[in-house]
Design a protein around this ligand. Structure first.
Ligand code: GDP
Length: 171
């Protein structure tokens, strides 16, 4: 079955986005998937596709060892011959992208994985600042504009185009 995977630092709103995408869809959670630790959650939706909830990573609080383990897990998943139709990378639009973000995007591009970038929590920034905040991501992470979506999981603004994009890819 095709998969759509969600990835982001902890607290960016990954769970909120997954919930917004799935709405009322019933989820079957499969806790133990061979080859992966329990850190990755797989949810099967209507026998049609999997929603893959990749572990968020905490950063400052996380030890180098933990981070190395996290990196290995993500790499193992992303480089596996799975039918990953789309990778949804979620960021907090207010946060400045850093070196680790750059490396992650670079890695995903190198693998040739299909991905989109979601800049969440737009409600927390001034409307007039949004273009500048978006451009910061485009420039720093060398992104094509059509891959970048802005939204607020809180106000629901901007969610429809993201949902549509995901459905397009797994449909
Ligand atoms: P996760 O750790 O990435 O899965 O993030 P969650 O979905 O659990 O959200 C983390 C926190 O951010 C929660 O308190 C959410 O209510 C809040 N949150 C998520 N999306 C938004 C948003 O678009 N705007 C605001 N203001 N808060 C949000």
């Amino acid at each position: 079955l095709p998969e759509v995977a969600f990835l982001g630092r902890s607290n960016v709103g990954k769970s909120s986005l997954i919930n917004a995408f799935l709405g009322q869809k019933r989820l079957a959670r499969v806790s133990s998937t061979p080859g992966f630790t329990k850190a990755i959650n797989f949810y099967r939706v209507d026998h049609k596709f999997w929603v893959v909830d990749l572990p968020g990573f905490g950063f400052a609080k996380v030890s180098p060892k933990m981070r190395a383990q996290w990196k290995k897990l993500i790499e193992t998943y992303l480089s596996s011959p799975r039918l990953i139709k789309l990778l949804v990378l979620i960021f907090d639009i207010r946060r400045e992208p850093d070196e680790l973000d750059f490396m992650l995007i670079d890695y995903v591009k190198g693998l040739g994985r299909n991905f989109i970038i979601v800049l969440n929590k737009t409600d927390r920034a001034k409307k007039t600042e949004l273009p500048k905040l978006k451009k910061r991501y485009l420039d720093k992470l060398s992104l094509e504009e059509e891959k970048v979506f802005l939204c607020s999981c809180k106000t629901k603004e901007g969610l429809e185009p993201i949902k549509q994009k995901i459905w397009e890819n797994i449909g």
